[in-house]
Each structure stands twice: as C-alpha cells, then as structure tokens.
Write a protein of this length. Sequence first.
Length: 313
Amino acid sequence: MRDSAESFDPAYGRVRRAGRKRRPYFDDEATSAKRERYRPRLATEDAGDATDGLPEGDRWSTWDQSTPTERGPRPHPEWLVTELAAVDTELGILKTGKEADVYLLRRGVPGGRSCLLAAKRYRGAEHRLFHRDAGYLEGRRTRESRVNRAAANRSAFGRQAIAGQWANAEFGALCQLYGAGLPVPYPVQITGTEVLLEFIGDPDGTGAPRLAETRPDGAELAALWDQLVAALAGLAGLGYAHGDLSPYNLLVHGGRLVMIDLPQVVDVVSHPNGRGFLDRDARNVAAWFAARGLPGADPERLARLLAEEARLA
C-alpha cells in the first residue's frame, strides 16, 4: 500500500510525492525566457557603420544615406566631395537658434580632397520648436490627416513632424531657388532633420558676416541693394516670399549677397496673407539700407515691385 503522502499520477506515469509541485512538461516558457535573457548577442551588421574606426566626434560620409531626390540639383558642384570613403569631421558650431543649430563640417577623403559644409540640424520634439510657426504652416499640409492633427495639437509626434516638415521645406526651396539661379547656398543633401549646405565663408572656416554686421557705403552699398532687389524680385516671380527676411539672414561674401534661413518660405499665391509677407520682407530690408543713407531704398516702392512680380498687384 502506498504512503498517504504519495499518489499515482497517470499524466506522469509515476508516483508523485505530496508537497512537490511539478510544472506540466509543456510549460517551458519561464526557463526559455531566462536562457534568452543571458544569452550573448552579436551586434547588428550596421551597428558601427557610422563611426567604426573613426575618432570620437567623426562619422563616415552620409552621402549614401540620402536618395537621389534627397540630394542637391545636378550637376553637383566640382568642389563637393561625394566619395563614400569620405569622413565628416565636426569643427564647431556656427550658429544657434530656436529652431535649429548650424555646425561646420569638413567632408574629406583621408589623404585626399575635402570641402567645408554647413550642417543645419533642426531641433527634435523635446525642444522648443518654431516660434510663430502657425502663420507659416498655414496651407502646408501632408496627405496624412493623422500627421496634420498631431501638428495642429503640437503633440510630441506632431512637433517632430513639424521639424521634418521644416527641414524638407527648406531643402526643397533651396533646390528650386538654386536651380533658378538665385543667390542661395547649394543644398547638398537632407537626412532626416539635418540639412547639409554649401558653407559660405573662407577656406579657413571663417563664416561670411551677416549684412547687419557689415558697414558698406557708397558704391558697395548700392551694389548690395541692387543684388537684393534682383534676388527678391526673382523670388517673387517664382511665387514666393522669404517670410522672415532681415539683415540677419543675408550673408555678404566677397561682395556677393546670399540669402539663408529659408524654412519658412511662403507661397504667396496660396497663402491667405501672402501679400503681407511680401510687404514685411520689403520693409525689413529697405529700412536697413535707407538708414545707411542709400537713395532709392524705399520700402513701399520695393513692396509694389515684389507684388507685381508675384502677379498680386
């Protein structure tokens, strides 16, 4: 006779002792999970691709991470390094802002040629994004209603979507304007919320001064004004206003005026306040030239010219 503390269990085909609990033979999930937890894992194939073998702070060229439509207009400038063996070396920060920071990069093949680039990196969802952006985003919509709602509500996902919209808007505008021959930096490529641009400055990395930091007079002042009027007229002729133009987002390099900071470029035809953006751009820059004694720097006259070029007059 079996002890009362024992019983025959037909599921196991043997005697079970009281007080001893056994898991069913098919319940091996807990053991499997423990084994998986401590099992060594290999790194993914591309885990170290960005920095493998490079000094801290450097990265391999991101040229191959952009599709052909995410690269600047062809033909690419001769100075641009497109070799995949190139390395991007960060040299410091050029400019900080509420929407994005701009860094100086040197992209070069070790032992070979190189070029300087400006890397404009839009802030992520965890930072403050785009003061006064509601007016600029009017009419700028995606096909996904979910993205539009998130952007309107300024959720974390929506703010990230806005950053992507602004980066893509600036890159697209620069490609179009550069192709039209307007004085803007060459747009090299876009990857996510980073836009790589032609560096406007000297070979030693000294950036070109902003118009507001210069003291032109006489013939130089008149030449810069003529360049500005031609650039704004060309912009308006394409149906756009800069949207936030001032002497602080105009660079002067070797006597040449260059427009920068174009994420908020406004389609003056579709935007309900398109004419207002044209007028404001004209007032902001004409007032600066007029304050320096340039005859003919009339904000009203410039605003009328831009409206005519945009076919809004």
